[in-house]
Design a protein around this ligand. Structure first.
Ligand code: IMP
Ligand code: MG
Length: 185
């Protein structure tokens, strides 16, 4: 039997241009550089979706004068194949860096229902970090099912499926420098 190819629905609009994203990430970087001045900081990116955000955010923080921070990644998978949260996130990669006694800033691409982020924050809370704060590029507050703290937020967006800037639709579309909307299936 032939393998069925899933054709994604069309891209309907550009939600955020490259310039809008760059400007906002720069502002976040400036704020973070100020707030963590003189503090031992570890930035923890959440794979896979945050890889571009982390790349830009860390350079923005650096450009705003804070250069002494570590970067590590944790992997979490919440969707598998499709656009509906499984509500049972799975840890796919753990930290390499020991964060005990250090300030942790978790960088996440998107908070949707909140389940993935909540699971992650719970896992991090037992690592004896000095503090754990969160920096989220996109949040869909209308979709929230569990409350999670967001200390630094890029943009609040409505309940639409988006891709680009690291975010995928069935693993595709991550390289788009803009954030675009895909029509609901
Ligand atoms: P949550 O557990 O429902 O909050 O799932 C959040 C994760 O799902 C995010 O970190 C994203 O990786 C993914 N996600 C949620 N909404 C979207 C979207 O609109 N586009 C692409 N990925 C999304
Ligand atoms: Mg994610």
């Amino acid at each position: 039997m032939p393998v069925e190819t899933l054709v994604p629905p069309p891209i309907t609009e550009t939600l955020l241009t490259r310039e809008q994203i760059t400007d906002r990430v720069d502002e976040l970087g400036q704020q973070i550089a100020q707030d963590y001045e003189g503090k031992e900081l570890v930035i923890v990116g959440i794979l896979t979706g945050s890889y571009i955000f982390v790349a830009d955010l860390t350079r923005a923080i650096n450009e705003h004068g804070k250069t002494d921070f570590e970067v590590d990644f944790m992997g979490i998978s919440s969707y598998g194949f499709g656009t509906e949260s499984s509500r049972q996130p799975r840890i796919t990669k753990d930290l390499e860096i020991d964060v005990s006694g250090k300030h942790v800033l978790v960088a996440e691409d998107m908070v949707d229902t909140g389940y993935s982020f909540k699971t992650l924050l719970k896992m991090l809370s037992v690592r004896s970090a000095k503090s754990v704060k969160t920096c989220v590029l996109l949040s869909k507050p209308d979709r929230r099912e569990v409350e999670v703290p967001i200390d630094y937020l890029g943009f609040e967006i409505s309940d639409k499926w988006v891709e680009g800037y690291g975010l995928d639709t069935n693993q595709m579309g991550r390289g788009n420098p803009k954030i675009v909307v895909r029509e609901a299936t």
